[in-house]
Design a protein around this ligand. Structure first.
Ligand SMILES: [Zn+2]
Ligand SMILES: [Zn+2]
Length: 299
């Protein structure tokens, strides 16, 4: 199954002409998850034809403005659509209180059902038949969560094997598919021979943080690691002061944890092009790119 990620914003605190506040849209077979919603994200969505009705879930990393200022506008728009399904929202400790304050800050005529949940401990918080999501607490100046999106492993029929034995019967193939051994023409057919497991894809999201053990947990064995990289390593003192990562630290995290591809985002406005950030990470991890607004990655 093919799914895709669209980067809707790739700046840090101050947006630039080229980089909007943070937001990433994951489209998994028609199921839409918006990770963070900085200022102007709903308009960024328009540029790439993502409709508000495509969002099934919003997942917030933390309540700094560059990750959340776009929520009121987006929710106002969604509230004026014909939506009947509840909108699921997840975020760190304090999320419910922040929503309450937000809705009291202006006239907001909410017409949709919001299911707001705070994630208070690390681990699994969503699981369905296609994928699951885990949260891991990062170390930033306010409660902040990083995430892992993991596609469930799928069992696939080994066509060569079943053809060899002439098994065409639908229900029998169905049993194999669901992991059961079968008997065919008096012969035992073992599921481990007749099927193979295809590992699900894994995506890690490291949002605002200092370099810490949580970064390694999020990055472990992922196909794609999306990481903030606010500064190059020459500004490590600033990264420490404001509790952010350098590009080199993001690269280090990728190189230590069997990551396939690293995508850097959340760049400081001081970087007028992405070459310094890219070179800094590539000193330690070669398969790196720097995200730009509207970058789309198919997985
Ligand atoms: Zn930020
Ligand atoms: Zn932050």
């Amino acid at each position: 199954m093919i799914f895709d990620l669209t980067f809707l914003g790739t700046s840090c605190m101050v947006p630039t002409k080229d980089r909007n506040h943070s937001g990433i849209f994951l489209n998994y077979n028609g199921y839409g998850i918006l990770f963070d919603c900085g200022e102007n994200i709903q308009r960024q969505m328009k540029f790439v034809n993502i409709k508000p009705s495509q969002i099934d879930m919003i997942i917030i990393s933390h309540w700094h403005g560059d990750h959340t200022l776009g929520l009121p506008g987006l929710l106002q728009t969604i509230s004026n659509t014909q939506r009947t399904q509840p909108l699921k929202i997840f975020g760190p400790k304090g999320t419910k209180k922040y929503f309450e304050h937000m809705f009291n800050a202006f006239v907001f005529d909410n017409k949709i059902e919001l299911e707001i949940k705070e994630i208070i401990k690390d681990g699994l918080f969503i699981k369905n038949s296609d994928f699951y999501l885990e949260a891991i607490e990062l170390e930033h100046s306010v409660p902040t969560l990083g995430y892992r999106f993991i596609q469930n492993d799928k069992r696939k029929i080994n066509k060569t094997y079943v053809t060899k034995y002439g098994i065409q019967d639908g229900p029998l193939l169905g049993k194999l598919q669901s992991g059961e051994n079968i008997e065919f023409n008096g012969k035992k057919i073992k599921v481990k021979d007749a099927t193979k497991i295809i590992s699900g894809k894994k995506i890690g999201f490291i949002w605002d943080t200092v370099y810490c053990e949580a970064c390694n947990k999020i990055a472990q064995d992922v196909d794609i690691l999306i990481s903030e990289a606010t500064y190059t390593h020459s500004l490590k003192h600033k990264a420490d002061e404001f509790k952010h990562l350098t590009a080199q630290e993001a690269g280090q995290t990728a190189s230590l944890n069997n990551v396939d591809k690293l995508i850097l985002t959340h760049l400081s406005q001081r970087y007028k092009n992405d070459s310094e950030i890219l070179e800094d990470a590539q000193k330690v991890f070669d398969n790196t790119i720097v995200a730009y607004d509207f970058l789309k990655i198919k997985i």
